[in-house]
Design a protein around this ligand. Structure first.
Ligand code: ADP
Length: 254
């Protein structure tokens, strides 16, 4: 048998260490398997909800469309928006799964310029006023596409979870690290929920109850993208209300 070919350590302590190591590995594998299982189960559930609703409306049109044609436009609109939601969710899920073992191509990028360009392109998509506090030429070794996506996702959230006439402040500064901040004066995030919002599919109840559209995947993608670029992201309360999302990058990111 194979057993006889394994080197047997004479020192019992070593045997103990080996089994510790083995247990540790096994635990890690288990945790990963549990996480994967949870992920597949969450994803299926999240996709099934809009799918069930879509099928409901198709049946409705099928049964009552002839006699009550006035229901058709409303149902079609619903089917259209829910299928779009599913499409976005599938795209986000694909991006998340692609990122699981990914690395990213980095270059020296002028982050100040990148943020300005992104704002120029995106500013008109939202109703809130955006204030810029962006000194010239702060460079970092990052992936520019990743950062465009990060900035747009955070601006999009700042806009979604604020009044339409609110203000968003975006700033970048460099001291012992580089910090990008996106601050809004919207509904804010309770302390107990702050660690949760970066988890896949997590949405604060208030967002759901106010019917703000979303999948709960945006921030988990943002977090992964930030980490791929050696950064960290966290959220704080804004004063007097709202949230500040902060990305911190090391000065020497090579
Ligand atoms: P989505 O916006 O699609 O729900 P995200 O992963 O981007 O998903 O965000 C997760 C949750 O975090 C949101 O549902 C919302 O409850 C909360 N959130 C995110 N950004 C903000 C913000 N700027 N202000 C208040 N709540 C926010």
């Amino acid at each position: 048998s194979y057993d006889t070919q394994l080197p047997v350590p004479d020192n019992p302590k070593e045997v103990h260490d080996l089994s510790d190591e083995f247990n540790h590995l096994l635990n890690q594998l288990n945790t990963q398997a549990i996480r994967d299982h949870q992920f597949v189960s969450d994803a299926s559930h999240e996709l099934r909800t809009p799918l069930t609703a879509i099928r409901g409306h198709i049946k409705l049109i099928d049964r009552h469309g002839k006699t009550n044609p006035e229901i058709i436009p409303k149902s079609l609109k619903f089917i259209d928006s829910e299928s779009l939601r599913m499409q976005k969710m599938v795209e986000s899920l694909l991006q998340l799964s692609r990122m699981d073992h990914a690395t990213t191509d980095k270059k020296d990028i002028d982050l100040s310029q990148l943020i300005k360009n992104t704002l120029d392109d995106y500013e008109n998509e939202i109703t809130q006023k955006i204030t810029r506090k962006i000194p010239d030429h702060i460079f970092s070794y990052i992936n520019d596409d990743n950062f465009k996506q990060i900035i747009i996702a955070l601006l999009n959230n700042a806009s979604k979870y604020s009044d339409s006439n609110g203000t968003i402040v975006i700033s970048i500064e460099k001291s012992d690290s580089i910090r990008i901040k996106i601050a809004d004066n919207g509904m804010g995030i309770p302390d107990t929920e702050k660690p949760e919002i970066f988890e896949r599919f997590y949405r604060v109840d208030k967002a759901r109850s106010q019917d703000i559209p979303g999948t709960g995947l945006g921030l988990s993608i943002v977090k992964k993208l930030v980490e791929l670029n050696n950064g960290i992201i966290f959220v704080k309360d804004n004063i007097p209300k709202g949230s500040i999302f902060i990305i911190e990058l090391p000065i020497n990111n090579h």
